[in-house]
Design a protein around this ligand. Structure first.
Ligand SMILES: [Zn+2]
Length: 299
């Protein structure tokens, strides 16, 4: 299965709740299982500064290119360092390539991305640049007429929602914990979840939302943000999904996309489990499900 990945995503960010080592661990795990084979890895290509101007303001881009600590970069809650910013710039290219590849193969997996809290004029919540916005905007430019962003991270995709607020060709759906960071923007469809929600109720709500997306919106491309942080043992959230529940979540999205012949580009998003191996397992399960679905479709 093709994946988009570079070891450069594992940027050293010092002691931090965000486990950047997860990218490398996921890659190693999937390679060990032969889900990723020789020649399957697509290296992300860094977008030009001009390309980045499509999603960020001139002032903010200048801060990023100089790793400058300003009121615009400070809210990242990350060190303002060039290697970290560069990794997220690369990630924008990576998510775009994932979407492009999905259009050809039916599904593609980015071992990275999902920085959905970044805004055009400032960073926020570990996110400098919104790779989901970058990929969607580029795909619109390439002629894709309707894109659905299915954001199932624990946190609302506020940056994505705001950016596409007035863009009718992008349907933004976010299902997230309601009483939690961030300050909410308006997605095309928001489902705010109560604390403590378990698998069954979560999956019911998801199915209803997917009905609407597949029956009414009928997108030509899905960008699926498969966050690992709705997990019961996540340090940042209070949702109570199990590993099995998260697998069923992924199946719900991926199987329906394939049944409706809609390409699906998957990006990772957050994941802050007490044990990083749980985060890795959740993300790998998403890849395993995509891999299985791709194979059964080819047969
Ligand atoms: Zn999150």
């Amino acid at each position: 299965m093709h994946v988009v990945y570079t070891p450069r995503y594992t940027a050293d960010i010092g002691t931090h709740v965000f486990p950047t080592e997860k990218y490398n661990l996921i890659y190693q795990m999937l390679a060990g299982e032969k889900i990723i084979q020789k020649n399957d890895t697509i290296a992300p290509v860094r977008p030009s500064d001009d390309d980045l101007r499509a999603i960020v303001t001139e002032e903010y881009l200048d801060d990023l290119l100089h790793a400058r600590l300003t009121a615009r970069t400070y809210p990242s809650e990350m060190p303002v360092k060039q290697n970290i910013i560069d990794a997220q710039i690369l990630c924008c290219g990576g998510s775009f390539q994932t979407a492009q590849h999905a259009m050809v193969s039916g599904g593609c997996y980015h071992i990275g991305g999902g920085f959905h809290h970044a805004f055009p004029e400032h960073a926020e919540g570990f996110c400098y640049l919104n790779d989901v916005v970058f990929a969607a905007a580029k795909m619109l430019k390439q002629g894709v007429d309707c894109i659905a962003v299915i954001d199932l991270d624990l946190h609302q995709g506020n940056g994505t929602a705001k950016f596409f607020e007035n863009e009718t060709r992008v349907f933004t759906f976010s299902m997230h914990q309601e009483r939690l960071y961030p300050k909410k923007e308006r997605s095309s469809l928001d489902i705010g979840l109560e604390i403590g929600i378990k698998d069954e109720e979560y999956l019911e709500k998801l199915e209803r939302a997917l009905d609407r997306i597949f029956n009414d919106v009928k997108p030509s491309l899905i960008i699926y943000l498969a966050g690992a942080d709705p997990y019961i043992f996540d340090q940042l959230g209070n949702l109570c999904l199990t590993l099995e529940g998260l697998q069923k979540r992924d199946e719900a999205v991926i199987h329906r996309a394939f049944a409706n012949r809609i390409p699906v580009a998957i990006v990772l998003g957050g994941g802050y489990a007490e044990d990083v191996h749980d985060t890795v397992e959740i993300h790998c399960n998403t890849a395993r499900i995509l891999h299985k679905t791709l194979i059964s479709k080819i047969k």
